[in-house]
Design a binder for this molecule. Structure first.
Ligand code: PRP
Ligand code: URA
Length: 209
């Protein structure tokens, strides 16, 4: 359990490119999707395998390994989490998608929930929560609590950038949850933005600023 910051050079390279002030919406989206794939790869590293026998190219039986009955729901936090969804589904194409909508009040920094749409049988599923930014941790703490209230017992978080303040808050409230993050940054500024950070990830992914 705990916080896993990815150290792979591809991750360090791509997150660095995302910090460019005048990055285009297209490039920001592409990098978010690529990093989401790498985070999913890391977060699924302990999935159990089973051996199956299939018929190979020459007509002979071949033993292959396949992931054993792992039920996954991917949970993008609207809006910005949508920017990671396709990348994760590229890696886990059979995952079901749950959606939560949260918006941070820019003055109080409190997260307000406006949508909660979970798939069934959450008690049997591993939930992978997607949000590029873990700042104060309020949105993530609330999302994990929502999933637990609905019966989910296995939860992992995939984030692009996290602030130490937010990580402390989420790990204190939910010590049973693993957090996979491409970069742990320095701190929050007075408006709850991560430094050096990426700026407003939702605006950059949706092209709203
Ligand atoms: C941003 C971001 C996270 C949240 C992080 O969303 O995408 O969800 O803030 O901040 P926190 O850790 O302090 O809660 P925002 O509320 O701006 O909404 P958006 O994704 O719709 O732009
Ligand atoms: N939300 C963002 O999009 N960026 C931050 O730095 C903090 C919250």
């Amino acid at each position: 359990m705990g916080v896993h910051e990815l150290t792979h050079p591809l991750v360090r390279h791509k997150i660095g490119l995302m910090r460019e002030a005048d990055i285009s919406t297209k490039k920001f989206r592409e990098l978010a999707a690529e990093l989401a794939r790498l985070l999913a790869y890391e977060a699924c590293g302990d999935f159990p395998l089973e051996v199956r026998t299939i018929t190979g190219w020459d007509g002979n039986p071949v033993e292959i390994e396949q992931i054993k009955g792992k039920k996954v729901t991917v949970v993008p936090i609207l809006r910005a989490g949508i920017g990671m969804l396709d990348g994760v589904l590229d890696m886990i194409p059979n995952a079901k998608v749950s959606v939560v909508g949260l918006a941070r009040n820019e003055e109080t920094l409190e997260a307000h929930t406006y949508l909660e749409k979970f798939v069934g049988k959450l008690d049997e599923r591993l939930a992978l929560i997607l949000d590029p930014m873990l700042a104060t941790g309020g949105s993530m703490e609330a999302t994990i609590s929502m999933l637990k209230r609905n019966g989910c017992r296995q939860i992992r978080v995939l984030a692009l950038v996290a602030a130490p303040e937010g990580l402390s808050r989420v790990t204190a409230a939910h010590p049973d949850v693993d957090i996979y993050v491409a970069a742990i940054d320095r701190c929050l500024n007075g408006h709850g933005y991560i430094l050096p950070g990426l700026g407003d990830a939702g605006d950059k992914i949706f092209g709203t600023k």
